[in-house]
Design a protein around this ligand. Structure first.
Ligand SMILES: Cc1cc2nc3c(=O)[nH]c(=O)nc-3n(C[C@H](O)[C@H](O)[C@H](O)COP(=O)(O)OP(=O)(O)OC[C@H]3O[C@@H](n4cnc5c(N)ncnc54)[C@H](O)[C@@H]3O)c2cc1C
Length: 491
């Protein structure tokens, strides 16, 4: 492989794909995408568990410049999203630019260039580095004694084995978050016995899903129609952001809808009590599901709320001393969002690593640039997650921001650009002040730093999507950035 390019993009998920297409549109064709997996899709390559689907309407989970007239339903399943991405890559001639099955292990900025090394020992260089490794690509396993000694089958939900047969099996699922809520209904259909281990009851709202028929698909091909649908749905979802504000009408409606959904779908009062959340709505990611509660009510399914004490070679022991025999253990325990980018060593011009810079938790400027790391652009970096809408609405402006910075370097005859440290500091102080009294500060969640999930809020963006788009799409180059500064001045 090797060689020098204008831009190295790390990761072939939605972010990497968006960046590549936008670079082409900006006339920058000399880029390469490095991807550790053998296929395209990022999250949607990895996500193969039964029932996996997008939890925002698919027309909003597609790029503004690439509407998809082929969606078969509003909440499309994972393989359909992966096909959408594949088609995009083919249409834009990107497949030849992706180096699959290649893991980047280090990136070091030196003398105006990023120098990269792969696990296979290849080296390459580029002035610009786009780091789109995804906020949810590093698995988190539960920290339970005995996990490694379990002798039957164990897997993480994000590394599903398609050959796995669950009929007749005694299955345990640890976790009841977004992934588990999708996975539990298909498992409940097949398994002889399904034990679902819940630490926290989550908020569940109905999913307004529907099939898209031939008429929808025909309309979607009309010029402007898909754009209208996307804009309409984005606006509706933006209203959901109001639901995170105490006392708002949107919040009252959401609370009432959740209570009614639970009352209708969970007939058994003791099960309903176990499924009633005890933390404020929105503090963790809301689940949108029509089949999660009914699955938990099936006779072959048990919701276990006693804490897990330990895992034995053949099953799980809860705090009350009960041992449940298990053939298959599924850990739907999510991702490590705190040690973002821990899979590779990124070193700035002064020798400081990103891991050192982020020792108190990750932070960036609008989730995209980091003081002390010139010409590096994160996609979906710190504080860009959203609890109410599609991440693609955040990816697009971040890509525009990065490209405008690259163009400014070139147009001004500079070598590199970096966010001013004081600007990044003030930005994060503002974010944290805003987050301090918010709903996200009121429970433990993956939005927060710290092993207990109760530290600084490092994942969520507290505002409306339109705020993010407005602030990010066009960088304020003179105010927020500086060019060609010596290493000791930019950290
Ligand atoms: C199960 C699940 C459901 C989701 N549902 C939704 C949803 O409904 N709506 C929504 O808005 N968002 C959803 N998300 C969030 C989703 O992650 C984003 O929407 C989006 O797909 C992120 O794209 P990305 O390209 O930034 O990251 P990813 O898709 O994670 O891609 C990052 C890529 O970088 C690669 N990579 C990482 N490190 C290296 C390395 N060192 N070397 C080489 N390659 C590397 C990874 O293999 C991966 O392919 C969901 C996430 C999950 C896990």
């Amino acid at each position: 492989m090797g060689g020098e390019h204008q831009v190295v993009i790390l990761g072939a998920g939605m972010s990497g794909l968006c960046m590549a297409i936008k670079l082409q549109k900006a006339g920058i064709d000399d880029f390469i995408i490095i991807e550790k997996q053998p296929g395209l899709g990022g999250t949607w390559w990895d996500t193969r568990y039964p029932g996996a689907h997008v939890d925002v309407p698919a027309p909003v989970y597609s790029f503004s410049f690439a509407p998809n007239p082929l969606w078969s339903r509003r909440f499309a399943a994972a393989p359909e999203i992966q096909r959408y991405m594949r088609r995009l890559a083919e249409e834009h001639g990107l497949l030849g630019k992706i180096r699959f099955a290649t893991t980047l292990t280090s990136a070091r900025f030196d003398d105006g260039l990023w120098h990269f090394e792969t696990a296979g020992g290849d080296v390459l260089q580029a002035p610009f580095f786009v780091c789109s490794t995804g906020p949810l690509s590093q698995l988190r396993w539960p920290d339970i004694p005995g996990l490694d000694g379990f002798t039957s089958r164990r897997l993480h939900s994000a590394r599903w084995d398609a050959t796995l047969a669950t009929p007749g099996q005694r299955v345990a699922v640890i976790g009841t978050g977004s992934t588990a809520s999708q996975l539990i209904a298909p498992l409940a259909r097949d398994a002889a016995r399904l034990h679902v281990f819940q630490r926290t009851a989550n908020w569940v709202l109905p999913r307004a899903d529907r099939l898209y028929g031939p008429l929808d698909r025909a309309l979607m091909r009309l010029p402007g129609y898909a754009t209208l649908v996307r804009a309409g749905l984005s606006r509706v979802m933006e209203l959901g952001r109001r639901g995170f504000e105490e006392g708002s009408l949107a919040r009252r409606v959401m609370l009432k809808t959740a209570a009614r959904h639970r009352a209708r779908q969970v007939v058994d009062p003791s099960l309903r009590a176990k499924l009633t959340p005890t933390y404020p709505l929105g503090c963790k990611r809301i689940i949108y599901s029509n089949d999660f509660y009914p699955a938990l009510s099936q006779p072959n399914v048990e919701l276990v709320t006693d804490a897990i004490d330990r895992i034995t070679p053949t099953g799980i022991v809860t705090a009350d001393g009960q041992h449940r025999d298990i053939d298959l253990l599924v850990c739907a325990t999510g991702f490590d969002t705190v040690h973002l980018l821990a899979s590779l060593t990124i070193t700035g011009p002064g020798g400081q690593t990103l891991a050192d810079a982020w020792v108190d938790g990750p932070q960036a400027f609008h989730g995209t640039t980091v003081a002390g790391f010139p010409n590096m652009f994160l996609m979906l970096g710190p504080n860009t997650a959203t609890g109410h809408t599609s991440t693609l609405l955040y990816i697009e402006p971040a890509a525009d921001h990065a490209i405008a910075c690259m163009q400014a370097v070139r147009a001004g005859g500079h070598r590199f650009i970096a966010v001013k440290p004081a600007v990044m500091r003030a930005h994060n102080e503002g974010l944290q002040q805003r987050l301090a009294g918010s709903v996200w500060s009121q429970c433990r969640s993956w939005y927060r730093a710290g092993t207990e999930g109760n530290g600084r809020i490092v994942a969520i963006f507290p505002g409306f999507t339109r705020e993010y788009v407005k602030a990010v799409r066009r960088p304020r180059l003179a105010e927020d950035y500086e060019f060609d500064k010596a290493a000791e001045e930019i950290a």
